[in-house]
Design a binder for this molecule. Structure first.
Ligand code: 26V
Length: 825
């Protein structure tokens, strides 16, 4: 029985039977196989089937894509432009088929052709065009905007190489290029007619015109082409499709290059390679970005192309640019696209002749900015000389923006000269630098944080003074996740159960999932929920065996920490607790321990030495623990390589415990925490980011909270006690640190982990030692709860039932109403 067929047939507005729909899809796939892939089905590989399926469904999307464009053009709707250097979309086939309500039809059609859908799905490479949370959020937002029929463009870079592929060799991370585009992608439409000149370098000529006002002419030293590639983003039930427009860099025309004509072919090609390097590779965002010229070139490249594109569109539809703020809302995803502010000013003033004040009114009423981290080392700044060399005209504009801004501040706060240096775009200390956060704040009408705590901290710390000057600009918009991908597609077992218990309404209205609470105490529902989880764990156990050779028992508690490896996320705290638990089990092997599998996955930035050492520690601990028969399978440790969206989709439905253990005040929001809770994992977490709001929604009895609060962290930093004292007060922690530091897990290189342990002893910036005992105690509360399956299953139900608010549809509705002022639905 095809569950989605009614919609599938209504899709083409013709009433056809199930059999007919399958037959049509079969012939469409075979047609693509011979005409586009150029192969006989008998010889097709899994990848060939994937391409044929993608092209077959893309044809159907294309109609809606064009219809959507036509209607928003003709009715003059306000559009949202989401500017982001990252869109971590992952695989798209299941997403697209499911949202087009064609998944079952395609599965049947492929089945009839003797092809297994799962293999086809796995043949698609992940589009890993992002580092982590910020990039995945952009992808969830694009899907929600399409679902809510908000006319929107995503703008970014078409990286040829996404985030590196991680392999683990002898326990160490190794990085390999991720060439997802090596054989092209069937999803995109290349727009060879949508090309813009992007200028760099050179000088600025200043003249006065006849009326005596200044004219600025930028004479760039280099011009690069940006070419558009559009990927359709399909909303739920295929009602609306928006483009994700990614830019690729090309040289003007390599064949016409002068050098080439003179016969210096190699020289000409190296020039081409230099230009095209702009869209070659995604920067790892947790590598200090400052000072890297190529990164600044990337930022300006995609910003300039996107603004030229949207300004053209606006002029074409509305005639002039005065109405831009009424018809366009541009969201800056972090400061990476903040150069858009001077770029729009430049376009309006230098290219369209608008006066400064009018240009500023338009600009500052069009932009809004989302901040995603307050970690000082992550705040983007650029050395002035580098910026000036690449973007001389933009620097002039920024100086002028800044001087008007500072004049205003001086007038409003005449007795506070110290305020000026903190709110200025220019950082005068330690080499003059441009502060992109300040620029983004000044040029935006609204600035938002991504969780309630993070937004409060923005007001109290990083943007405290700017918040005093512009007290109404900062708003909170707690992050969300798309339930289509993170529940319906990745966990069909749970979705089926929810539909049965709460009704099909859950597919369109996540609030309906709350009905589950009516049955939370019902033993039969608890049993069914735990069966679904068990089946997902069996599948994950198989994947773990395939990829790591480690055999794990699906009946054990699956304890999961999956995210980028960073000291503030404290994988090290989890590993130290693992060692403590291992020691306790060995000291008392007959106690009724809860069998656990500790699952880790995540990438470390290539240059981040400590993060890579933490990966090695996880693997070294895994080797010792998994090879020790004396623990009787009570504890297993697994590090799954190459964490990406697809791996997350396999792990999350199988998790029992979700590790969200960042130092309080440091994780802006987190979104993995939401995905895991929605799939019935209980959170062990600190009072940080969106954990706080998850706690509010699920209730204290359904979450394990531990550790210092943000003010307590501040207080310890200022007044102690020191790490040495914390260690002295915890004999268990002392033993664990000695064991790791002295090489018990690295007998072949006893000093290997000394840097990590010494780091904790001397300068425990992330409060691992302070929180250790509290974390260990919280883990024992986890054990106690797990030992009562009815209590555990009830808590899992409460988590699933109370996560509706974390749908990105809710988040996007808030952006739409309170920031963008566009109608929803
Ligand atoms: C960047 C850097 C760069 C320098 C070294 C330290 C460091 C640490 C973190 C980052 C990430 C910056 C931006 C980012 O990805 N933020 C994430 O955004 C998510 C979506 O809002 C949010 O859920 C995560 O908590 C936040 O870390």
């Amino acid at each position: 029985m095809l569950t989605t067929l009614e919609h599938a047939s209504s899709f083409d507005a013709e009433n056809i039977s199930e059999e007919q729909a399958i037959a049509d899809v079969k012939s469409a796939i075979l047609n693509k196989m011979s005409l586009a892939v150029g192969k006989d089905a008998a010889y097709a590989t899994d990848r060939d089937w994937f391409v044929a399926c993608a092209l077959a469904i893309r044809d159907r999307i294309a109609h809606r894509f064009l219809a959507g464009k036509r209607s928003s053009t003709s009715d003059g709707k306000k559009r949202v432009y989401y500017l982001s250097l990252e869109f971590l979309i992952g695989r798209q086939l299941t997403d697209v088929l499911s949202n087009m309500e064609m998944l079952d039809v395609f599965k049947h059609a492929l089945g009839d052709l003797g092809v297994d859908y799962e293999r086809v799905r796995n043949a698609e490479p992940d589009a890993a065009l992002g580092n982590g949370g910020l990039g995945r959020l952009a992808a969830c937002f694009m899907e929600s905007m399409a679902t809510l029929s908000i006319p929107a463009y995503g703008y970014g870079i078409r990286y040829e190489n996404g985030l590196f592929r991680q392999a683990i060799k002898d326990g160490w991370q190794q990085e390999y290029p991720e060439d997802w585009l090596a054989f092209g992608t069937p999803w995109e439409f290349s727009r060879s007619d949508v090309i813009y000149d992007i200028k760099f370098g050179g000088s600025v000529e200043t003249n006065r015109n006849d009326a005596g006002s200044m004219r600025f002419t930028w004479h760039p030293s280099e011009v690069v082409h940006a070419v558009a590639y559009d990927t359709p983003i399909v909303g739920w039930r295929g009602k609306h499709v928006n483009p994700l427009r990614l830019w690729a860099a090309h040289t003007m025309d390599p064949l016409r290059l002068e050098l080439f004509n003179k016969g210096d072919h190699v020289g000409a090609l190296s020039d081409q390679a230099r230009v095209e390097s702009i869209s070659k590779v995604l920067y790892p965002s947790d590598e200090t970005p400052a000072g890297q010229e190529l990164r600044l070139r990337q930022e300006y490249f995609f910003v300039s192309a996107s603004l030229q594109d949207l300004v053209n569109r606006h002029k074409r539809i509305f005639g002039d640019l005065y109405s831009l703020p009424d018809r366009a809302a541009i969201q800056l995803n972090d400061t990476h696209p903040a150069v858009a502010i001077p770029e729009l000013m430049r376009i309006l003033i230098d290219e369209h002749g608008l006066p400064w004040d009018e240009a500023w009114r338009i600009t500052s009423n069009t932009f809004s900015y989302t901040n995603h981290t307050l970690l000082p080392e992550a705040l983007e700044t650029w050395p002035l000389p580098l910026f000036e060399r690449l973007l001389p005209r933009h620097l002039q504009i920024i100086y002028f923006i800044n001087s008007l801004h500072l004049e205003g501040v001086k007038a409003a706060f005449p007795n506070e000269p110290a305020l000026l240096s903190s709110v200025s775009v220019i950082d005068e200390q330690g080499g003059r630098r441009l502060r992109m956060g300040q620029l983004a704040f000044i040029g935006s009408h609204t600035i938002n944080g991504v969780s309630a705590l993070h937004t409060d901290l923005m007001r109290a710390t990083t943007f405290r003074d700017l918040h005093r000057v512009y007290p109404n600009r900062i708003q909170n918009k707690t992050n969300g996740i798309t339930f289509r991908r993170w529940l319906h597609q990745s966990n069909p077992g749970l979705t089926g159960l929810l539909r049965e218990v709460c009704g099909d309404e859950i597919l369109d209205n996540p609030e309906a999932i709350h009905r589950l609470m009516e049955h939370a105490d019902d033993a039969s529902l608890q049993e069914r929920i735990s069966k679904v989880k068990h089946a997902n764990k069996v599948a994950l156990a198989r994947l773990i065996a395939d990829r790591t050779g480690v055999r794990v028992d699906p009946a054990a508690l699956f304890d999961v920490q999956i995210k980028r490896i960073h000291e503030y996320k404290r994988q090290l705290l989890n590993l130290l607790e693992t060692v403590a638990l291992y020691d306790s089990i060995r000291a008392n092997p007959t106690k009724d321990w809860v069998p656990r599998v500790k699952i880790f996955a995540g990438k470390a930035a290539a240059s981040y030495v400590n993060a890579k050492l933490i990966i090695k520690l996880a693997n070294d601990i895994a080797r010792v623990v998994n090879g020790d028969p004396s623990v009787h399978n009570l504890l297993k440790v697994v590090f799954l390589p190459n964490y990406n969206v697809s791996l997350a989709e396999s792990i999350i439905p199988a998790a029992n415990l979700s590790e969200q253990i960042s130092t309080a005040g440091m994780e802006a929001s987190g979104t993995g925490n939401m995905k895991l809770a929605l799939n019935g994992a209980l959170t062990i977490g600190t009072i940080d980011g969106a954990n706080i709001e998850i706690h509010d929604h699920v209730g204290s009895e359904n979450i394990f909270i531990f550790g210092l609060t943000t003010p307590e962290v501040e207080d310890r930093r200022a007044n102690g006690p020191s790490a040495q004292t914390s260690i002295a007060n915890s004999p268990m922690l002392g033993q664990v640190l000695d064991a790791v530091g002295d090489g018990r897990y690295s007998p072949e290189d006893r000093g290997r982990f000394r840097p990590l342990v010494d780091g904790l002893r001397n300068n425990d910036r992330y409060m691992v030692t302070d929180d250790f005992d509290s974390y260990y105690a919280a883990q024992r509360r986890v054990d106690e709860t797990w030992a009562k399956p009815d209590v555990w299953n009830r808590a899992a139900i409460a988590n699933i039932a109370n996560m509706a608010w974390f749908s990105s549809d809710r988040t996007i509705s808030e952006y739409a109403e309170q920031i963008w002022k566009v109608p929803v639905g």
